[in-house]
Design a protein. Structure first.
Length: 206
């Protein structure tokens, strides 16, 4: 097994959580390098894209979250071997990345009214669109999982995204928007949260 070091912010969400969950659930030993926001200005120097997550594999740095997720998923047995099912898995993960674009920009806004307007527009437009579309894709795949008829990293990615939206921590994003527009994703989120490996991870972080 290679020596693994995963660098991401000191939070149990965002783009680093899927690999953390996959490694933990698969019993894969890795260094969980957590960066505080105070450390970030200095920490980003030298990273491939001056962004995290970054996974070091025997000292070689790999960037981009979905590439890291696929690698972690393969090690942990959470990524499909069948090419079509792998494409279904990638489809769901990439859709979440597309959905995050508008939200990510709002975090850089310092004016509260500007951020409020941007997030309200995001909730009514892109967020609503991707929630509905992902719910439809879940139904098209059988209604329980996004690929392979079982839990994969795609489910972990959608789960962590939906969990964040429903947490109520995003100002000006209605925390009930998923419940109203995509109840299928709420049921999916609850299904993933009930898995022993997922529960054990979050319990270990309390």
């Amino acid at each position: 097994m290679p020596k693994l070091k995963l660098s991401y912010f000191d939070m149990d969400g965002g783009r680093g959580i899927v690999a953390r969950l996959a490694f933990s659930m698969g019993g894969i030993e890795f260094e969980d390098h957590r960066i505080t926001f105070a450390q970030w200005p200095d920490a980003k120097a030298g990273l491939p894209f001056e962004a995290v997550p970054v996974l070091e594999i025997d000292g070689q740095a790999v960037a981009q979250s979905n590439g890291i997720n696929r690698y972690a998923g393969k090690l942990a047995g959470l990524y499909p071997e069948d090419p079509l099912q792998a494409a279904f898995c990638d489809e769901a993960m990439d859709a979440v990345e597309d959905a995050l674009v508008g939200l990510s920009a709002s975090f850089r806004m310092t004016d509260d009214q500007e951020r409020k307007a941007a997030r309200e527009a995001y909730a009514e437009g892109p967020l609503s669109h991707y929630l509905r579309c992902l719910a439809a894709r879940l139904q098209a795949r059988g209604g329980e999982w996004f690929a392979d008829g079982r839990l994969t990293i795609a489910d972990l990615k959608v789960f962590s995204w939906v969990r964040h939206i429903r947490s109520g921590t995003l100002d000006y994003i209605p925390e009930d928007i998923v419940d109203r527009l995509a109840p299928e994703l709420v049921a999916h989120c609850d299904r993933v949260a009930a898995i022993e490996g997922v529960k054990a991870y979050y319990q270990s972080r309390q």
